[in-house]
Structures are given as structure tokens and as C-alpha cells.
Design a binder for this molecule. Structure first.
Ligand code: SF4
Length: 181
């Protein structure tokens, strides 16, 4: 087994003898992107695929995300996986509202992204009908490699997000479109 541990790359900055200077925004982005705590909201088969992703073979821990949080207040990445019935939609929204900013959302699999094969009166046709989604992972179910790819995309967003984004008029408008203040 390889013990080749790679150090995180330093953000852009100025380096000299005995000092390194960068912006606060870059340091915060680096810290956030390497410590995303997922809240797995799993209702069906995609949740099983997520369990495989959390196992030692795929090793989510490499990304600092090995600690699944079942408390929304200690999570910053909501991962919705599985069919969401319309009756359950208020619960998903409530969980999202209980998460502190900054928060990110992944819709994992066809059901969470679009209702999947369940084009029926009782199934929500995608969680973006009730909350904003940052990354959609296609598949039925997606492979663990796809889940990891989705996480990597969220990490890039977290790393490059400006500290002011969550206070911007554009973000407020996005939340307002979901009736969230
Ligand atoms: S996308 Fe497919 S695998 Fe995932 S919950 Fe829906 S039916 Fe199950």
C-alpha cells in the first residue's frame, strides 16, 4: 500500500525567505474546500451507492469529508440521493434551511436531479424545485467515481467562492426565487 501522502498546495501568494503572504479569502477557501462535511439525505438505492463511496476502497476521507453529519447545523454539504416524494419535499427544505451558510447542495442520481423514471403525481421532479442545487450527478445510480467527481466540483466552488458571494444581491435573488430569506 502506498504511503505517499501529498501535501495540500498553497494558494497563490507571495513567498520570500521566512514568509508567505496571501489573501484571507484564499486561506478560507482552502480550509473550506478541504473540510466539507456531507449530510447524506438518502431515501433509496443511490444511498447504497453512497455507502460504497464512503468505504475504504473509494475513501472519501482523502478529501476531508469522511465525517457524515446527521445534524444539519454541523454540515455544509447537503447530498440528496434517491427518490423524493412530494410529501417529503418540506422535510428536505427544512434540513436545507437548518444548515448554516455557506452551504452547498448535490443532487445525486436521476431521481434527486429530475425525478428519474418516476414521472408520477407523487414524486418531486427534481430537488431544484424546492432548493438551489450546485452540482447534479447523473446516473441511475451514479458510480462512486462520479460521486467523487461531484464532490471535487463542490470543492472547487468552495475554494474559489468569494467571501462576499453569500451577501450579494444575486445570491439573495436566488434564495428569494425559492421563497427563502
Ligand atoms: S436514480 Fe436510480 S439508483 Fe438512484 S434512487 Fe433513483 S432509481 Fe434508485
Amino acid at each position: 500500500m502506498s504511503s505517499n501522502v501529498k501535501m495540500v498546495e498553497a494558494p497563490e501568494g507571495y513567498e520570500g525567505s521566512g514568509f508567505f503572504a496571501t489573501s484571507l479569502e484564499k486561506v478560507v477557501g482552502l480550509a473550506r474546500s478541504h473540510s466539507l462535511w456531507p449530510l447524506p439525505f438518502a431515501t433509496s438505492c443511490c444511498g447504497i451507492e453512497f455507502m460504497a463511496t464512503m468505504g475504504s476502497h473509494y475513501d472519501f476521507a482523502r478529501f476531508g469529508s469522511e465525517r457524515p453529519s446527521f445534524s444539519p447545523r454541523q454540515a455544509d454539504l447537503l447530498m440528496v440521493m434517491g427518490t423524493i416524494a412530494k410529501k417529503m419535499a418540506p422535510v428536505v427544505k427544512q434540513v436545507y434551511l437548518q444548515m448554516a451558510e455557506p452551504r452547498w447542495v448535490i443532487a445525486m442520481g436521476a431521481c434527486a436531479s429530475s425525478g428519474g423514471i418516476f414521472d408520477t403525481y407523487s414524486v418531486l421532479q427534481g430537488i431544484d424545485r424546492i432548493i438551489p442545487v450546485d452540482v447534479y450527478i447523473p446516473g441511475c445510480p451514479p458510480r462512486p467515481e462520479q460521486v467523487i467527481d461531484g464532490l471535487i466540483q463542490i470543492r472547487e466552488m468552495a475554494q474559489n467562492e468569494t467571501l462576499r458571494r453569500r451577501n450579494s444581491a444575486e445570491y439573495e435573488k436566488l434564495l428569494a426565487s425559492y421563497n427563502i430569506q
